[in-house]
Design a protein around this ligand. Structure first.
Ligand code: CO
Length: 623
């Protein structure tokens, strides 16, 4: 087993036994997280030298009787519990079992039954209640308690869209610790929308689609050893974390027989989806899907021919429920090759000789279903050294009800009586960089038109501005497409064949900034989203840009707090963070289920190689 392999079910069980026996928690306690506590870089180096791998589990528990969130490390080799601590003021994430619990609590309360009756809803079987994280809006009745703010829907007649008929303005507020409703926020009856269309119609389907088959008669071009992968000079390890879901480790490129490191670890480390409707209880909708709920437990079990096409290698992972009982997610991570059109081409116009090389990419992906929404996390490796990162967003845009005579002020009417509000999906990616080694520096490159003068008489000069970002405060940056701005992680000591430092650059694509008051509660809890680019000096406990415990936090944790130290970034172990903000005003075409929306960016070699590294890809015209 490799030290970075995800925990197996036997290890999850061991961790549970150790915590139950040694933590002193009572029987009400449940398990928020049991996941691999990753070995640090020194330990990994030791493991490479053949010394025994170290296996540890990070465990976080919540004890309702004392309202405490506790965490520590289980040493799996000798069954010892280490660093067990009460995290003062923290609330554990809301786990999937609490969605089930919340639904039961709310439906058993006569106040909720009455509120439904007022709306003509009597069949509670068809009602869906979701126990969303409440955020922190300074409400005294909620302070220090484990609160969920609920949203409610009635299923459509077809029974295939539980979000099909939103119950507007009805929000039970639940104490998940004491297992009771503390109040119902009812902002007034809005008529239920008419029945919503089926999202799985079986009639009038298109009949003009001929089969399209992907065959690889000699098998795929990748090699897999456990969770380790080799493909077209690329080396990468697939990992899994209960909070982040898919994680990639030890990304490197084999260049002339030498494995050159690029990233030590890469993941989507946090996300938040603030909605822009201030009326009723809708200001509460700010889902931190990673930090408040967790992506790992809700990865889809993927299906060949549906989610994935071609010759697939699947990786299984192990999640757990709140009792600590492990469950396998089969086919949680998909890996395959895709034809990607043209890689490069040149035609000599005089001789007519042509060379065309087709591009192929390795895709490593996982999909997570989080309530109404589906997020796909796609990592692409290309033959020219480029790494692509892409989010695919689909599922059901969050719907709410609107009276038939009203216009939607902060959203779109997507179907009769249903509106969907403007929102932003803001992702924070974390990259622990190691371009040709640990000692990296950060640079920003941008361009501007030089003024006309003796040196630039025709006004065509484009100035290249390439400067070092020397410390954490300097390295808090925004994209600027008018200046074609990007960022480079360089190794000043490693020189390419042209005598210049080797580098990888982060190339942004479409992006935007939060449209929130910076003093609003959600802005304070997700300070990372106000900058697109951050760089920090590596610290092992700095993993989550909104802090370790964003659920009900008052804010200020994570990147804004760490970077206040303004640590230097020159020739050090650099971690970069990229904020990708996908702004979304839903369209009628996004209902009843949304065609995939793509948001992406790339890492490209920039002087990492001496020339086009894909010259050796065999051209197709030779075949
Ligand atoms: Co959206």
């Amino acid at each position: 087993m490799h030290p970075l392999d995800p925990l197996k079910s036997t290890e999850v069980r061991t961790a549970v036994e150790v915590v139950r026996a040694q933590s002193g928690l009572d029987e009400t306690a449940w398990f928020e997280t049991i996941t691999l506590d990753e070995p640090d870089k020194a330990e990994l180096a030791a493991a490479r030298d053949g010394r025994a791998p170290i296996r540890r589990a990070y465990v976080c528990c919540y004890e309702p009787s004392s309202n405490r969130t506790m965490r520590g490390i289980v040493r799996l080799d000798d069954g010892e519990l280490a660093n067990w601590e009460h995290v003062e003021g923290a609330q554990a994430r809301i786990v999937p079992d609490e969605f089930v619990l919340g639904d039961e609590i709310v439906k058993a309360d006569p106040r909720f039954v009455e509120a439904c009756a007022k709306r003509g809803i009597t069949d509670l079987e068809k009602v869906l209640i979701e126990t969303w994280a409440a955020g922190n809006f300074g409400d005294e009745a909620e302070r220090g308690e484990r609160i969920a703010f609920c949203h409610c829907w009635v299923s459509n007649e077809a029974g295939d869209n539980p979000y099909g008929r939103p119950i507007a303005n009805l929000h039970p507020v639940v104490d998940l610790r004491l297992r009771k409703i503390i109040r119902i926020d009812d902002f007034g009856v809005v008529p239920l929308p008419p029945d919503s269309a089926s999202i799985r119609p079986t009639e009038n389907l298109r009949t003009d689609i001929k089969p399209l088959e992907i065959t690889q008669p000699e098998g795929p071009s990748f090699e897999v050893d456990g969770y380790g992968v080799k493909w077209q000079n690329w080396h990468v390890r697939v990992g899994y974390n209960l909070r982040e879901g898919l994680v990639l480790h030890e990304i490197g490129y084999e260049d002339k027989g030498r494995l050159r490191p690029i990233m030590h670890r890469a993941s989507m480390a946090e996300m938040v989806v603030p909605y822009g409707d201030p009326t009723g209880g809708n200001f509460r909708r700010n889902a931190f899907d990673t930090g408040e709920y967790g992506i790992g437990p809700v990865l889809d079990s993927l299906k060949l021919g549906c989610d994935c096409l071609g010759h697939i290698h699947y990786f299984d992972v192990c999640a757990h429920d709140w009792h600590g009982e492990p469950y396998e997610i089969k086919n949680a991570v998909c890996m395959h090759e895709e034809d990607f059109g043209l890689l490069w081409k040149h035609t000599d116009a005089r001789t007519g000789k042509m060379r065309a090389v087709r591009s192929r990419r390795l895709v490593i992906s996982a999909l997570s279903t989080i309530g109404n929404y589906v997020y796909g996390f796609f990592w692409y490796f290309y033959q020219d050294g480029t790494i692509g990162v892409e989010i695919k967003a689909t599922g059901i845009p969050f719907p709410t009800g609107i009276a038939p005579d009203k216009e939607s002020e902060y959203g779109t009417i997507v179907a009769p009586g249903i509106e969907s509000h403007v929102h932003q999906h803001v992702f924070s990616f974390r990259f622990d960089m190691c371009v040709d080694g640990e000692a990296n520096s950060v640079r920003e490159v941008e361009f501007e038109a030089a003024p006309v003068g003796p040196e630039n008489p025709h006004g065509n000069a484009i100035r290249i501005i390439d400067r070092e970002l020397e410390s954490e405060l300097q390295a808090q940056r925004e994209t600027d497409s008018a200046r074609a701005r990007y960022w480079k992680i360089v190794n000043p000591k490693a020189k390419n064949g042209l005598g210049k430092p080797t580098a990888y650059k982060l190339v942004p694509a479409a992006n935007t900034l939060p449209l929130l008051d910076p003093q609003s509660p959600v802005a304070k809890r997700a300070g990372f989203m106000f900058k697109h680019f951050w760089a920090t000096q590596y610290a092992p406990d700095e993993l989550y840009p909104a802090g370790d415990f964003p659920n009900q936090s008052a804010g200020g944790d994570g990147l804004p707090a760490w970077t206040a130290a303004d640590r230097p970034l020159s020739e050090t172990d650099v971690v970069t963070w990229y904020t990708l903000n996908f702004h979304h005003l839903p369209r009628p075409e996004d209902w009843p289920v949304q065609p995939v929306v793509y948001a992406n960016f790339h890492w490209m070699p920039d002087g990492f190689f001496d020339e086009n590294p894909a010259l050796d890809v065999p051209p197709n015209d030779l075949k």
